[in-house]
Design a protein around this ligand. Structure first.
Ligand code: NCD
Length: 303
């Protein structure tokens, strides 16, 4: 039995397979409509979510399965002090697979050690978010046709943004990828990730200037400043509008640029950018459902 806790739990070959399956689901949805008949997914969300939870639920429903779950810690026995281990041992008596989001880093990993069914990490604190990365990878693959030799700009809250951490780990495995990390000094990529990049000899630069980076980028991955991870409201207010992508800032960008954002956005991408053909963030939403369908099939070992 396998869980997905970290994106590097999947090999690059397995990621290729998931992308191929997702593309086949997009082309032939009917073929998959009963693949998970009589199977049940539980979504245990101890933190707010729109896309991740509803895309997991839609994914399972489109595979012919059913869903149970809760969408807030206050609606579960966590509010009475139950441990995540006991929660998943319980839910494992009802469901075949569990997607869990938790504010504490490492909670889904701990859960996977006690769970009788596969656990999917749907975001753990400011740490990782492997299934958002799968949605990002499918989007990059559909837009660019490859993962190698790309210059990837990561902009915004690179400290607390868990989607960024998982995406760096995923893309680091491909030849010729380089990262341009664009953030205020207070929101730089955590030191442990920088050390990993150094160790592997993966090229990266750090800058505060989106304008300077723009002309070099193949991918621009914008992120929200993660208000809920700040200790201090004043710091959040000072940093929240560090970057606002507007049409004029895109004038120096490549015509082949792909603009990604895991969403939700607050101010960091002006709605005026939404009609730019380079904007891919709503395609990412739709891709997220298909790649989660592929992942559910894989972890449930459905043919
Ligand atoms: C992200 C998350 O939860 O980390 N959202 C998502 O799952 N698509 C990004 C965010 O909340 O800013």
């Amino acid at each position: 039995m396998r869980s997905l806790i970290d994106i590097i739990d999947l090999t690059v070959e397995e990621i290729d397979e998931l992308i191929a399956t997702a593309n086949d689901i997009i082309a032939n949805p009917d073929k998959y409509a009963e693949k998970c008949k009589r199977k049940k997914l539980a979504t245990l969300f101890f933190e707010p979510s729109t896309r991740t939870r509803l895309s997991f639920e839609s994914a399972m429903l489109e595979l012919g399965g059913s869903v149970i779950g809760f969408s807030g810690a206050n609606n579960s026995s966590a509010a009475k002090g139950e441990s995540v281990s006991d929660t998943v041992r319980t839910v494992g008596c009802y469901a075949d697979i569990i997607a869990m989001r938790h504010p504490k880093e490492g909670a889904p990993m701990i859960a996977s050690m006690r769970s009788p069914v596969p656990i999917i990490n749907a975001g753990d604190g400011g740490h990782n978010h492997p299934t958002q990365t799968l949605a990002d990878l499918l989007t990059i693959h559909r837009e660019k046709g490859r993962f190698d030799h790309l210059t990837v700009g990561l902009c915004g809250d690179l400290k607390f943004g868990r989607t960024v951490h998982s995406l760096i780990h995923a893309l680091s495995r491909y030849e010729g990828v380089q990262f341009v990390m664009i953030s205020p000094d207070e929101l730089k990529v955590p030191e442990y990730i920088i050390q990993e990049l150094e160790k592997e000899g993966i090229p990266y630069t750090e800058t505060r200037s989106l304008e300077e980076a723009m002309p070099t980028l193949d991918i621009l991955y914008m992120t929200r400043v993660q208000q809920e991870r700040f200790f201090n409201e004043a710091d959040y207010i000072r940093l929240k509008d560090s970057y606002i992508l507007t049409p004029d800032k895109l004038e120096t960008a490549k015509s082949s640029l792909s603009i990604l954002h895991p969403l939700p956005r607050v101010n960091e991408i002006s709605v005026a950018v939404d009609n730019d053909p380079r904007a891919c963030y709503f395609k990412q939403v739709s891709n997220g459902k298909y790649i989660r369908m592929a992942l559910i099939l894989k972890l449930l070992e459905v043919e």
